[in-house]
Design a protein around this ligand. Structure first.
Ligand SMILES: Cc1ncc(COP(=O)(O)O)c(C=O)c1O
Length: 439
C-alpha cells in the first residue's frame, strides 16, 4: 500500500464506488462529487481547483440595489425584453469608460448570464446568411458553448491557438474564413481556461479579417479587466480593456457579472451589439423572423421566446454595480485582484516542484496571474496526472474538454483555494515530486 497525503485505500474505494473508469476523464461535476465524498470520509480538505466559480462575496452595492427593487415590488412585473433603460445606459457608459468604445444604449441588452447571450447569438447568427452555417471557436474555450451548438444542431469548427499566436494567427484564421461558411468567431479574453490574453496586434488581425470576410466577432469578456499586469481599473483613463471593437464594427461583446461582480447566482450579463450590427439588415433572417434587422430579431425574435427577458431585480443590481464602477466609487478590478495574488503563489509552488505552466506566454510576455492557470508534469498526460494527483489532495480538470491539443495540460482554478491552504499545497506537491522523480 502506498503512503500518500490522502489515505490511499479510501481514495481507491471512493473511486470504485463512483463508477468512474478514470478520474482523469471525469466531468467537472463528477469530480466535484467524488472529492466531496473523499473529503467527508477522510476529514481532509483538498486543494480544490476543478470548479470555475467565484470565490468572493457578491458586490454589496448590487445586493443592496436588488433588495430595494424587490421591496418596491418589481418581482410582480415583467421586465422589458430589451432591458431596463437605466441598465442599458450604465452598460453603454461602462463600455465607454473601461474600453473606450461607443455603443448606443439600445444595443446593450441584458441576458440570463452570458450563457444565454451566447445561446441567443449563436442561434440568430447561424441564420443571417444561408451560405454561412458554421461558428469558429478560437480554443481553448468554455465547453458549454459547444454543448449549445449540439443542442441547437448547428455546426462549429475550432482550433487550438497555442501554435498560432502573433503573426501566425492571420493565416490560420483566414484559412477558415476563406471557406465562406463562417458566420461568427468566438473567443474569451482573458481566456478560460488558459488565461492567455490576445495582444492588440492579434485583436487587430481578427478585426481586419472580420471586415474583409463579413464575419461577426463574439468577444466573451467573462473576465473583463482581469489581466492584472495592466491597470484597467480607472474609469475614463487609459489603459483600457483591449478589444476587437477598436478594429471592426462587426462585433458583439459579452460582459458577464458572474466573475467581475461575483454575481453568478443571479444569472445576469450584458450582450452589447455594435451600432452597425444592431442596425444591420440580413435578408436571410426573414426565413425565421418577421424583421431582417439583426438587433431587433435577436431581442424580439430570439430572447423573447427564450426567457421573455432577464430577472427584473437582477437588472437593478447590475445597473447599480455598473454605475458604481463608472462613477469610480467601486473598484471592481481591485475587488477581484485576490485571484491574481493567489495564482502567483500557486504557480510558484507548482513550478518549484517539477510542474510546468502549459500556456505560459502572450507572444513575448509571460502570461498574467489570474483566475485560471494551466500546468503539466513531465512524462505524464493529463489523465495520468489527474489520476495521481487525487491521492495527493489536489483536484482539477483536464484541458482536453476545452478544445486544447495539449494532451498533458490541466486547468487549475484559483478561486476556491484559500491562502491558508498554500502550506498544504506545498507539502503535497513536494511529496508528489519526490514520488515521481523525472531524473
Ligand atoms: C469564458 C466564459 N464565458 C461565459 C461564462 C458564463 O458566464 P455567465 O455566468 O454570465 O453565464 C463563463 C463562466 O465560467 C466563462 O468562463
Amino acid at each position: 500500500m502506498r503512503k500518500t497525503p490522502i489515505d490511499f485505500n479510501v481514495v481507491n474505494d471512493k473511486i470504485k464506488e463512483s463508477g468512474l473508469d478514470s478520474v482523469g476523464t471525469g466531468t467537472i461535476r463528477e469530480i466535484k462529487k467524488l472529492i466531496d465524498e473523499i473529503e467527508s470520509a477522510t476529514g481532509k480538505k483538498y486543494i480544490r481547483m476543478e470548479m470555475g466559480v467565484p470565490g468572493l462575496p457578491p458586490a454589496p452595492v448590487g445586493v443592496n440595489a436588488q433588495i430595494k427593487a424587490l421591496e418596491e415590488g418589481v418581482a410582480a412585473i415583467y421586465p422589458n425584453i430589451q432591458g431596463l433603460e437605466v441598465l442599458k445606459e450604465e452598460a453603454s457608459r461602462f463600455i465607454k469608460l473601461f474600453m473606450d468604445v461607443d455603443i448606443d444604449p439600445s444595443g446593450c441588452v441584458p441576458t440570463v448570464g452570458s450563457m444565454q447571450g451566447g445561446f441567443a447569438a449563436f442561434l440568430t447568427l447561424s441564420r443571417i446568411d444561408k451560405n454561412k452555417d458554421t461558428t469558429l471557436f478560437i480554443d481553448p474555450g468554455f465547453p458549454v458553448h459547444k454543448m449549445q451548438h449540439k443542442v441547437l444542431d448547428i455546426k462549429y469548427e475550432s482550433f487550438d491557438v497555442y501554435n498560432y499566436r502573433g503573426d501566425k494567427l492571420r493565416e490560420k484564421l483566414e484559412s477558415y474564413f476563406k471557406t465562406g461558411k463562417i458566420h461568427s468567431v468566438l473567443y474569451s479574453n482573458p481566456n478560460n481556461p488558459s488565461w492567455i490574453c490576445f495582444t492588440d496586434d492579434e485583436l487587430r488581425t481578427i478585426g481586419e479579417l472580420a471586415n474583409q470576410y463579413g464575419v461577426v466577432i463574439l468577444e466573451d469578456l467573462a473576465y473583463f479587466g482581469m489581466d492584472f499586469r495592466k491597470g484597467y481599473d480607472k474609469p475614463g483613463e487609459p489603459p483600457f480593456q483591449p478589444t476587437v471593437a477598436k478594429y471592426t464594427d462587426n462585433y458583439i461583446l459579452f460582459i458577464s457579472s458572474s466573475k467581475i461582480f461575483s454575481y453568478a447566482g443571479e444569472r445576469i450579463g450584458i450582450m452589447a451589439l455594435s451600432d452597425t450590427l444592431f442596425n444591420a439588415h440580413y435578408p436571410d433572417l426573414k426565413r425565421y423572423y418577421v424583421n431582417d434587422k439583426l438587433g431587433y430579431s435577436l431581442i424580439f425574435g430570439t430572447l423573447y421566446p427564450l426567457s421573455s427577458g432577464t430577472s427584473h431585480s437582477a437588472q437593478y443590481a447590475l445597473a447599480a454595480m455598473l454605475k458604481a464602477a463608472n462613477d469610480g466609487t467601486f473598484n471592481f478590478v481591485e475587488y477581484v485582484k485576490e485571484y491574481g495574488r493567489k495564482a502567483h503563489e500557486m504557480k510558484r509552488i507548482f513550478t518549484e516542484n517539477g510542474f510546468k505552466i502549459v500556456y505560459d506566454t502572450d507572444v513575448n510576455e509571460p502570461i498574467a496571474d489570474g483566475f485560471y492557470f494551466t500546468f503539466s508534469y513531465p512524462g505524464m498526460d493529463a489523465e495520468q496526472l489527474l489520476n495521481e494527483l487525487i491521492y495527493y489532495g489536489v483536484s482539477a480538470i483536464s484541458l482536453l474538454i476545452t478544445g486544447s491539443e495539449r494532451k498533458e495540460g490541466i486547468r487549475a482554478c484559483t478561486s476556491l483555494v484559500q491562502s491558508d491552504q498554500f502550506g498544504d499545497l506545498e507539502q503535497r506537491l513536494q511529496q508528489f515530486h519526490q514520488d515521481h522523480q523525472t531524473e
